[in-house]
Design a protein around this ligand. Structure first.
Ligand SMILES: [Zn+2]
Length: 307
């Protein structure tokens, strides 16, 4: 048996996992990112977390996979841009390799593409060469695999569905565009949609000034009218995004991940499926499955980059 080390670095925390070939984390660690300390300090903290895991590994470590939320050139090992981290053109692979005690391959990739590889190797896409992954959380992340290869595109912007405009009259997005998929398929999006239904006088136990995604999901499970309408709407948008992906890539499986995506999967399934089925050709829907993510964590997904 051998291990891979996966690193999930985000604006708030660095999570690392010592992962078996089967995708199980046998040991995990977590620390604050503290972006404000500067890139050097963040990389030193990542390296010391990796070293700490390597020290407890009772078998060989094959490599280190790092998932970064942003634009990554995996061939060069460079983070081209990660807005939340304030990083531009950071040669992360070389910098981490120089700092860690291990002499093993290091691979850097966009976090969702790492997660997609994790789903492919030991998650919800085992045995499936063509699939898409949609991660609904604070934003909407996405990745696609075609014939067993993760799609990158000419400038690493491929399968960026979060900032694809699906509603020209929609809400203004944090990116400056109007009506991005992320404005409706995210925690913020669900809260905004619920508030709209409350303002339209749907009966509800929810308080428009104090909405959380958990409260909305709980209310939807109690058949609260506003919460149910908001989930229904969110499912409709999800089906539209799935139909878009379907028209381009003809995936066999659609995998829903992300904190909110997993928490709301049972509620979103039916409206998303219905919305999807109304928007793609009958024949192309045959056998397409909608499932939830099965990779334990983002750090485990990152470990898949070197397995
Ligand atoms: Zn946007």
């Amino acid at each position: 048996m051998a291990y891979a080390i996966g690193v999930d670095v985000g604006a708030t925390k660095i999570a690392v996992a010592l992962v078996t070939r089967a995708g199980h984390a046998v040991s995990t660690r977590q620390t604050e990112t503290r972006v404000q300390d500067g890139t050097d300090a963040v990389i030193r903290r990542m390296a010391s977390e990796v070293d700490a895991l390597a020290a407890v590994a009772d078998e060989a470590v094959l490599g280190v996979g790092i998932g970064v939320p942003g634009l990554v050139n995996p061939d060069a090992g460079v983070v081209v841009q990660a807005v939340n981290m304030g990083w531009t053109n950071v040669p992360l692979r070389e910098r981490v390799r120089a700092q860690i005690g291990l002499n093993v391959p290091v691979r850097v990739e966009n976090d969702l593409r790492g997660a997609a590889r994790g789903e492919f190797l030991f998650g919800a896409a085992r045995g499936v060469d063509d699939f898409i992954l949609l991660a609904i959380g604070s934003g909407l992340g996405s990745a696609a695999m075609v014939r067993g290869h993760v799609v990158h595109g000419a400038n690493f912007f491929a399968s960026e569905l979060g900032h694809f405009v699906i509603d020209p009259q929609g809400r203004v997005c944090t990116c400056g565009l109007r009506g991005c998929a992320e404005t409706v398929l995210s925690g913020r999006g669900l809260i905004d949609t619920t508030r709209e239904f409350l303002q339209a006088d749907f009966s509800s136990s929810l308080n428009a000034n104090d909405l959380t995604t958990n409260a909305i999901l709980d209310a939807a499970r109690q058949n609260d009218a506003a919460a149910c309408a908001a989930i229904e709407k969110m499912g409709e948008w999800l089906g539209i995004v799935m139909a878009t992906a379907s028209a381009w890539l003809n995936p066999a499986r659609m995998i829903i991940g992300g904190g909110l995506g997993l928490a709301a999967f049972d509620l979103l399934y039916k409206p998303a499926r219905e919305s999807y089925s109304q928007r793609v050709l009958k024949a192309s829907q045959q056998g397409v499955e909608l499932v939830h993510s099965q990779v334990e964590s983002s750090a485990v997904g990152a470990a898949a980059l070197v397995l």
